[in-house]
Design a protein around this ligand. Structure first.
Ligand code: KIV
Ligand code: NA
Length: 273
């Protein structure tokens, strides 16, 4: 089974593949595909739980879905995303919430939306045996501070800050780093500067790996960010299947004889009246 060490070792050698998953069918599809690792992202909120942003996603929500993905795969490497305010309030609470994903749900690592405030916490978690994936650039839990989802690192000051924070998280022991919605040349520079793998999303082709949201890949999202590529049209296929079912019930074609059964054992049911 792949471990965070295998992921680290792949940096600069072979492209690393990652996609999100939130439930059993997605975990099964990912495992069958041979993807390197999966992220149970807090994008759970948008993709699955009907929220506009990720802010409402709770530790309970994440734990439930991390558990589902872990139970539904044999040896997929599962990274649990830590939702808004589940880390950062206090070290004790952060460690308990992150630890729970491994201890109770069977995740292999956690991901933290990172910043100056997560350097020490990353060190502490790694020290305790909780592997950490860092996440810099656009960190969607800051949507209210940003006023939207703008690209990050687009001026020299912003780019330098991301590079410095990337190095600080590597030094703190993170095993990899997600870079979201930053210019390709910045992602390239960060990838060059680090030994741990960078996993890009909207960060150009030079990262060590790529991650996308499951629903964006298969075409299940209502809308996708501009940097996502859609490889399937599952939403349309689901709608077609559902429409066919409704039509056959309405027309009386379903259920037919092959989906029904009669038995002689009931004798003459007229006796029941
Ligand atoms: O929650 C998520 O899906 C993520 C990835 C897009 C990196 O954080
Ligand atoms: Na996330």
């Amino acid at each position: 089974m792949a471990t965070v060490r295998d992921i680290r070792a792949k940096a600069g050698e072979e492209p690393i593949t990652m996609a999100t998953a939130y439930d059993a069918p997605a975990a099964e599809v990912l495992e069958a595909t041979g993807v390197d690792m999966t992220l149970v992202g807090d994008s759970l909120g948008n993709t699955t739980l009907g929220y506009e942003t990720t802010l409402s996603v709770t530790v309970e929500d994440m734990a439930r879905h991390v558990g589902a993905v872990v139970r539904s795969s044999e040896d997929l490497l599962v990274v649990a995303d830590m939702p808004f305010l589940s880390v950062g309030v206090s070290t004790e609470e952060s460690v308990r919430n992150a630890g729970r994903m491994l201890k109770e749900e069977g995740a292999d690592a956690v991901k933290l939306e990172s910043g100056p405030h997560t350097v020490e916490l990353t060190e502490r978690l790694v020290e305790l045996g909780i592997p950490v994936m860092a996440h810099l650039g656009l960190t969607p839990q800051r949507v209210n501070e940003y006023g939207g989802y703008p690209r990050q690192g687009t001026d020299l000051e912003g780019a330098e800050e991301i590079l410095e924070l990337a190095k600080a998280h590597e030094a703190a022991g993170a095993f990899s780093l997600v870079l979201e919605h930053v210019p390709s040349n910045l992602a390239s520079a960060v990838t060059e500067a680090l030994e741990i793998p960078t996993i890009g999303i909207g960060a150009g082709p030079d990262c060590d790996g790529q991650v996308l949201v499951f629903h964006d890949i298969v075409g299940l999202s209502e809308r996708s960010p501009p940097f996502a590529k859609q490889y399937g049209d599952v939403r349309e296929r689901m709608a077609e299947a559902m429409a066919a079912y409704v039509e056959e019930v309405e027309s009386g074609d379903f259920p037919g004889a092959e989906h029904s059964h009669e038995t002689e054992d009931l004798g003459d049911l007229d006796d029941l009246y």
